[in-house]
Design a protein around this ligand. Structure first.
Ligand code: PHE
Length: 403
């Protein structure tokens, strides 16, 4: 259990609430006024539903731990027996309001507005795909409501999103370099990069890979598809014609899985690499029975040797019946980062104050690494892992932050 939990004071809330809580910035009509409304926007249905399911499961585990340790407290005025007002520390309660963005960017924007305007959310968490988070960050920026993405890695997101926006994952400048160096370390000098033109994530990651790969003497050709495609015959043929040493698929598992399956003959024997967008429990099944060596970079691998990773993976499996992917661990960590900020904030119900506390995040120990956000891009510098795809996702090696 992360250390910060132990520092949180446990307060017997029932006793204090029985005395009558009278005022607090978070008054929400429930009489307590200590409820933090956390809008959570995730793809719970549609093509990317495994991302949503895993993130939400991770958040449930975090909630269990946070509640067990005692939620952070806020100061409220309560009426004592003698009728006089006294100040008490009251634990806040967390109301996680989950909204499904249905795996589309439009819906992500719609849900962000609904949470900000309709639910008066104090803070937003979400989403996963970078182009969806971009829509949410736009609303966060305009409404000045803090928003943390658990998993969106596109480089410009937090720069465009402004000071109310942040994320707890590394960005694609790092991830692209990790993949380029990994490919070169395997002796693969000629890469075919296969990009989903409709996804900021895929385009950005492809470009970041190219930059480092070329600088180090590699050559690159680019090939494109769009998110709506399901028949990849053309792009598969173009890649095969190039005779690359490695194929880098920079998109999401929803397209790349079927693509690799369809390329069984044409890409036979070629190593394939990808980014965190392939990290889904469904990827292995979508790919099917192919002979390629497939590696991907990610934030977490359930079978990595660290004891905290092992403990988390076991607990997740016991509760949800499957091994956790990266999104599960990131979902867990994002709630921890938020509650660390809440704890340091004198009024977490105030958007500006909570956003500031989030920006000042330093050294929060999560399942995916240590998270510090007090930098210009409110983006942590973290390690990556390389995962091998064989009967599921298997830990291959760790790549140090900044390496
Ligand atoms: N990094 C991806 C994006 O920005 C999202 C993702 C993260 C997917 C982690 C899977 C696991 O779009």
């Amino acid at each position: 259990m992360p250390n910060l939990l132990r520092r949180w004071s446990t307060v017997v809330s029932i006793l204090v609430l029985a005395l009558g809580v009278c005022s607090c910035g978070g008054d929400d009509g429930d009489g307590g006024g200590t409820t933090l409304r956390v809008g959570v926007i995730l793809p719970m249905t549609g093509a990317q539903a495994t991302y949503g399911e895993e993130s939400w499961n991770g958040m449930q585990l975090a909630l269990e731990d946070l509640e067990k340790a005692g939620l952070p407290t806020v100061k409220v005025q309560v009426k004592g027996d003698d009728g006089k007002m006294v100040e008490k520390d009251v634990p806040i309660s967390l109301n996680l309001i989950l909204r499904d963005e249905k795996s589309t960017k439009q819906e992500a924007g719609t849900q962000a507005k609904a949470l900000i305007e309709g639910e008066s959310a104090h803070v937003l968490l979400g989403s996963v795909a970078s182009s969806h988070t971009k829509m949410i960050f736009q609303d966060a920026r305009e409404s000045e409501v803090p928003c943390i993405s658990p998993a969106s890695t596109n480089d410009t997101l937090t720069i465009d999103g402004g000071p109310y926006t942040s994320r707890i994952c590394f960005k694609d400048g790092f991830q692209g370099a990790v993949l380029a160096r990994f490919a070169l370390s395997q002796g693969w000098k000629k890469a075919a990069v296969v990009v989903d033109k409709g996804q900021d994530y895929s385009v950005g990651l492809g470009n970041n890979f190219e930059k480092v790969f070329k600088q180090a003497g590699g050559t690159v050709t680019f090939h494109y598809y769009v998110t709506e495609d399901s028949d990849f015959a053309n792009v598969i043929q173009q890649v095969a014609n190039d005779e690359p040493a490695v194929i880098f698929c920079s998109g999401y598992y929803t397209q790349v899985g079927p693509m690799i399956k369809q390329a069984k003959e044409k890409w036979a024997g070629k190593p394939i690499i990808g980014g965190d967008g392939l990290d889904s429990p469904d990827f292995f099944d979508l790919v099917g029975d192919v002979s390629n060596d497939i590696y991907l970079s990610s934030h977490f691998a359930a079978d990595a040797p660290e004891p905290e990773v092992q403990a988390f993976a076991k607990r997740y499996k016991d509760k949800f019946g499957k091994s956790p992917g990266a999104m599960a661990a990131l979902g867990y960590d994002v709630l921890f980062v938020l509650m660390d900020a809440v704890k340091r904030c004198d009024d977490p119900f105030n958007h500006a104050k909570l956003a500031k506390a989030i920006r000042e995040t330093k050294g929060v120990k999560g399942i995916t690494g240590t998270i510090t956000l007090d930098n210009e891009e409110r983006t942590p510098v973290k390690d990556a892992v390389i995962v091998k795809v064989e009967a599921g996702l298997k830990f291959h090696k760790k790549i140090k932050a900044g390496a």
